[in-house]
Ligand binder design. Structure first.
Ligand code: PHE
Length: 339
């Protein structure tokens, strides 16, 4: 009777304790079996009653212990099928995203030339994205077609809040707050209102660079970009600068590199021209320096900007921009060895 009451009240807080209880009461050498072994000494007239009690005791103990097991496995999400002694499945390691790999590589190359990192907000005001970058108030890039607007100000375009369409906004912020010499690179995500296709996306990534000091010349720019191209695409890479236009640089240029797939001989990849375009650059327009509080009679500088997707496409021959944001593990795994 006493043991029956004891058994009714048992509890346990982990699998080990449950097992201990099972050993104590139900195993071959347990207390209940010991009573069973004594059964033959019970006088014949009491055998029926004692027998029933013993059965009740054994059944109660079994039920209690099974209930405890059940409760425990529910709480821990475990059940009897789980073999806790098995070695675990190996956890497969993730890989860095190709755009991260290439951004880091670009940062690395420019840091070795003395550039430091600068960062700024993706949700920006017009002032830093356009106005201080010498975009006229009616410049088409401010248009709804290119820019995502967060808040439009009916009276003053410079107060519009937008998603930055280039990381030149970070350069504006650095110039506002830093006394030259300035030598920064600004990596980050930018947004443009474009239909999503293999060749365009509504967001992409840039790394822009800015160097401002006394007597900075176009030659300095050219040498830094040549060094970059050789480090990124191989020592025999050639560069070519073509005149171009940006509101914030004068003169401006676009830079091509000799196609590293065919070595400049001409292939389908470079459309048989031997050259592929990779970035825009130029001497910082004196208006930009003045707008950002830098004396353009004392200082000059250069700036450049490239799309990380573009560089990655060229380096790893990815033909569809959408691959970068679909997160298809089969695509991402291809870059395992580049990690
Ligand atoms: N901001 C330009 C773009 O987004 C790139 C650029 C940067 C060009 C600096 C020239 C100088 O396309």
């Amino acid at each position: 009777e006493q043991l029956l009451n004891e058994v009714k009240g048992i509890s346990a807080s982990n699998a080990g304790e449950i097992e201990a209880l099972r050993l104590k009461y139900l195993s071959k050498k347990g207390e209940i079996n010991a009573l069973m072994a004594d059964f033959r000494n019970v006088p014949a007239d009491q055998k029926k009653e004692v027998g029933m009690k013993l059965n009740e005791l054994k059944q109660t103990a079994t039920e209690r212990i099974n209930a405890l097991k059940e409760q425990f496995s529910q709480e821990d999400g475990l059940n009897d099928d789980v073999d806790l002694t098995r070695s675990p499945y190996p956890i497969s390691l993730g890989t860095r995203h190709p755009l991260t790999i290439v951004t880091n590589e670009i940062i690395d190359i420019f840091s070795r030339m003395g550039f430091i990192l600068a960062d700024g907000p993706e949700v920006e005001d017009d002032l830093h994205v356009f106005t201080k970058m010498n975009f006229a108030a009616d410049h088409p890039a401010r248009d709804m077609q290119d820019t995502f607007f967060v808040e439009q100000n009916p009276n003053d375009v410079t107060k519009n809040i937008i998603l930055r369409s280039h990381t030149s906004s970070v350069q504006a912020r650095v110039m506002e707050t830093t006394e030259p010499p300035i030598r920064v690179i600004c990596p980050g995500r930018v947004y443009r209102n474009e239909a999503i296709t293999a060749r365009a996306h509504c967001f992409f990534h840039q790394v822009e660079g800015l160097y401002i000091d006394k007597n900075v010349s176009f030659t300095d720019l050219k040498q830094v970009l040549l060094t970059f191209a050789r480090e990124m695409f191989g020592a025999d890479t050639k560069i070519r600068l073509r005149p171009s236009y940006f509101p914030f640089t004068e003169p401006s240029a676009e830079m091509d590199i000799s196609c590293h797939i065919c070595g400049g001989k001409g292939c389908g990849f470079c459309k048989h021209t031997g050259w592929v375009e990779i970035l825009g650059c130029g001497m910082v327009d004196p208006n930009v320096l003045e707008q950002c509080g830098i004396d353009s009679k004392v200082y000059s500088g250069y700036a450049f900007g490239m799309g990380v997707e573009r560089v990655t496409n060229l380096k790893y021959q990815v033909s569809d921009l959408r691959m970068f944001s679909e997160n298809d593990v089969r695509f991402l795994k291809e870059f395992e060895s580049a990690n």
